[in-house]
Ligand binder design. Structure first.
Ligand SMILES: [Zn+2]
Ligand SMILES: [Zn+2]
Length: 494
């Protein structure tokens, strides 16, 4: 059984209405690693819906978190914003309402493209609009109890001045530099490292992460939540959250789905703070959404994923093979009713280049070579194939069919003889396999090594030593075209 179906069955034992929480801090580019959180939730949503469950995904953008440091991608002037909530820092490009929105907007666009339907909650607005007020009051009243639980679970002592609530200093705007000195029904008193002493309402500050999380479960009625393995580690924030949920907020904690990191091949775990990322917005420009989804959904959450842009085509081959046998991961990856037709993506990359990305020409080649074509789907995937080639493809996959005048490479006598004989032998009705076999037959007759024969073919068409698989390549170009081209090459050199 697929992992998402197992989670869905477990959840249905608890009830048939679910609210799955996801949360990402928009402090930098939201990347493929973060997407695992969203796609884990979405796969569970689809599995639940397939069983008649009612389910909603809530995406909580942690827009009220402080900027932890000046990241390498930020200009020096951002030093002064460290410690301030992300929603109150100016956007780096000047086009967005604030720093958080700068990273949030492209991510939300990507979620739409990926078919992940979410209710978006911005933490800064939740606090501003008083949604946390009750929880903050409980937390301040139960401070000693919370402190004891945190110390028991984490094994670490809290500071003497520790407080579950962090007021925002009216003077310096920072959220991580204040100490609570008292509170009443309306206000919380504080002193700040900047020297300021003052009071704020319950809407001008936030709960520390370990308290914020269980408070949020209660406020939003969360029943399930995917979480990175750091949160789920022994003594981690899920362990403290579970106890705080039951003993302080008097709610049941959500069912956890723990997931592993995504590593970028040769670089390491993706972390926005280190700048090691493939932004989601870039991924969804280059790859069809079903493939982006499949990269994540095909692996059990507890397995780490090595993402290697160089082997993406192998992964797409795997998807296409799995598609034909109605594999569950594929089913959970398809965004909407797409008629994924039987033209391999790999082949579109080759045919697209042969046709110089002329759509009608691509369709003509595919039809002539007897592919079962769905015009809409080919159009859709062809545009991805082109972008994939530009962005991710290894250099050796790129080629251009040259004009005969541009073929300036040298041919040996044997190579020319091979091309001449091949042109004589080639028949109009030959398919990719026949053409491939003919290369060996003619090469042996002429007395040239097959590798040299293939070189001669690529040189005659592309002006370089290598190219795509020769049989398919020649079939796509057309036997008639191949014949004329080889004769011409030989003529010009005799
Ligand atoms: Zn911006
Ligand atoms: Zn201050």
């Amino acid at each position: 059984m697929h992992w998402a179906d197992k989670v869905a069955e477990e959840l249905l034992r608890r009830g048939d209405k679910h609210r799955i929480a996801t949360g990402i801090t928009p402090s930098g580019h939201i990347h493929l690693g973060n997407l695992r959180e969203m796609l884990t939730a979405d796969a569970v949503r689809r599995a639940l819906e397939d069983r008649g469950g009612k389910v909603k995904i809530i995406y909580i953008a942690d827009t009220f978190d402080p900027l932890r440091k000046r990241y390498p991608f930020l200009p020096a002037e951002y030093d002064k914003y460290v410690g301030m909530p992300l929603s109150r820092i100016p956007c780096p490009c000047g086009e967005h309402k604030n720093y958080a929105e700068h990273f949030l907007e492209p991510f939300l666009e990507s979620l739409k493209i990926l078919g992940i339907d979410v209710e978006v909650k911005r933490a800064d607005r939740m606090y501003k609009e008083g949604e946390y007020e009750k929880a903050i009051k409980i937390a301040l009243r139960e401070k000693e109890k919370i402190k004891k639980i945190l110390e028991e679970v984490t094994g670490k002592k809290c500071d003497e001045s520790w407080s579950p609530f962090m007021p925002i200093c009216e003077n310096c705007g920072r959220i991580n530099s204040t100490k609570v000195t008292g509170f009443n029904e309306k206000h919380v008193h504080y002193v700040c490292e900047c020297g300021h002493e003052g009071e704020v309402s319950y809407r001008e500050g936030k709960l520390g992460w370990r308290i914020d999380w269980p408070a949020r479960w209660g406020i939003l009625n969360i029943t399930c939540e995917p979480m990175g393995k750091d949160h789920a580690a022994a003594g981690g924030s899920y362990d403290t959250g579970k106890r705080l949920a039951r003993e302080v907020f008097e709610i049941e904690p959500p069912y956890p789905v723990v997931y592993e990191w995504i590593h970028l091949k040769g670089v390491g775990a993706m972390k926005s703070s280190k700048g090691v990322v493939v932004p989601v917005r870039e991924m969804v420009e280059v790859l069809p959404p079903e493939i982006v989804r499949y990269i994540i959904i095909r692996s059990k959450p507890e397995r780490h994923i090595d993402f290697d842009p160089a082997t993406l085509l192998d992964l797409i081959d795997e998807f296409e093979e799995a598609y034909t046998r109605k594999d569950r991961s594929v089913e959970l990856s398809l965004v909407e009713k797409v008629n994924y037709c039987k033209v391999p993506f790999r082949h579109l990359v080759v045919v697209g280049q042969i046709a110089n990305w002329n759509f009608n020409r691509v369709i003509e080649i595919l039809r002539r070579t007897e592919y079962d074509v769905d015009v809409e789907d080919v159009k859709r995937r062809m545009s991805y194939a082109k972008k994939w080639l530009e962005k991710f493809a290894p250099e050796r996959m790129k080629f251009e069919v040259r004009d005969i005048k541009e073929i300036n490479v040298d041919f040996s006598k044997k190579e020319l003889e091979f091309l001449r004989k091949f042109a004589e032998e080639v028949k109009n009705d030959m398919k990719a396999d026949d053409l491939h076999n003919l290369v060996y037959v003619v090469a042996s007759r002429v007395g040239i090594k097959p590798a040299k024969a293939f070189n001669a073919i690529y040189k005659a068409v592309l002006g370089k030593n290598y190219g795509p698989r020769a049989g398919y390549f020649m079939e796509s170009l057309g036997t008639d075209w191949i014949k004329k081209r080889f004769i011409k090459v030989v003529e010009l050199r005799s």
